[in-house]
Write a new protein. Structure first.
Length: 226
C-alpha cells in the first residue's frame, strides 16, 4: 500500500492531552469509510493482560516464547519481544491485512510518522521533529507549517488519514529474521507480480485479493533450496 502517508501513524502528546479519546472517535469514522483499522498502544510501564497466576502467565513463566488465547470472537497473542520499539515492524507482522494502524504513543521513536495532540494549558509547544510530523491537532492556534485540526474535526482528520492510503497499488514488505529489508518500487512490483501469478492459479483463492502473505521458515537453518 502506497500513498503520501504511511500505514502506521502515531498520535503523540502529553498525558491527558486527549490522544485516547481522539483515537476512539476516529476508529468508527474510519470504519464508515470501509477501512480496516487496528491500534497499537505503547504501554511504557507494561500491561496486565498476562495476569499473575493465570494459565497464560504460568506458560510464559515456564519459558514459552509465546501464548495465544482464543475465544469465541477474540484472539490475544502474547510474545516475548526484545530490542528497540519498531511499531512499523509490529504492524507488518501482526496487521498485514489492516489498512491503517493507529499508534498511541511512541513520541521518541525516530522515523515513525506522527500527529501531535496539543491542549491549551497542558501542552502548547510542538515537540515532534519536522521530518516526522504529519499534522497537529490543537484547541488553539499553533504556528507550524503543517495541517492543523481541531479535536472535534473527526471527519476532516479521518479524511486526511484516508487520503494517504487510497489506491490499489500494492506495497510489498520483506522481513528477514525480524529485520526489515528495504525494497525499491521496481523490486516491489516484481514480488507482487510473482505472488499474484502463483496464487491466482490456485483453487479456492478469491478473485482480486487485497493482501497476499507468504511466510517461509527455513528448516534447521540449513542452506536448502526452497
Amino acid at each position: 500500500m502506497r500513498g503520501d502517508l504511511p500505514k502506521t501513524i502515531a498520535f503523540v502528546g502529553k498525558a491527558q492531552s486527549g490522544k485516547t479519546r481522539l483515537i476512539q472517535r476516529l476508529i468508527p469514522e474510519l470504519k464508515k469509510r470501509e477501512l480496516r483499522v487496528a491500534v497499537i498502544k505503547h504501554c511504557v510501564h507494561g500491561f496486565d493482560l498476562d495476569v499473575e497466576g493465570k494459565d497464560s502467565w504460568q506458560f510464559m513463566e515456564a519459558g514459552s516464547d509465546g501464548v495465544a488465547m482464543v475465544g469465541p470472537d477474540r484472539l490475544a497473542v502474547i510474545r516475548r519481544k526484545a530490542g528497540a520499539k519498531d511499531f512499523q515492524a509490529i504492524a507488518r507482522q501482526y496487521f498485514k491485512d489492516i489498512d491503517i494502524v493507529l499508534v498511541e504513543g511512541g513520541k521518541t521513536v525516530k522515523g515513525l510518522k506522527k500527529i501531535e495532540v496539543l491542549r491549551k494549558g497542558l501542552s502548547e509547544k510542538v515537540e515532534t521533529s519536522p521530518e516526522d510530523l504529519l499534522a497537529v491537532i490543537s484547541d488553539f492556534e499553533v504556528p507550524v507549517a503543517k495541517p492543523i485540526f481541531r479535536p472535534g474535526q473527526i471527519g476532516q482528520i479521518a479524511r486526511f488519514l484516508e487520503s494517504g492510503i487510497q489506491g490499489n497499488i500494492p506495497h510489498v514488505y520483506l522481513d528477514v529474521d525480524g529485520d526489515s529489508i528495504p525494497l525499491n518500487a521496481f523490486v516491489q512490483e516484481i514480488f507482487e507480480d510473482i505472488a499474484a501469478g502463483m496464487v491466482h492459479s490456485l483453487q479456492g483463492v478469491k478473485k482480486n485479493p487485497k493482501s497476499i502473505i507468504i511466510s517461509v521458515t527455513r528448516r534447521n537453518g540449513k542452506d536448502e533450496k526452497l
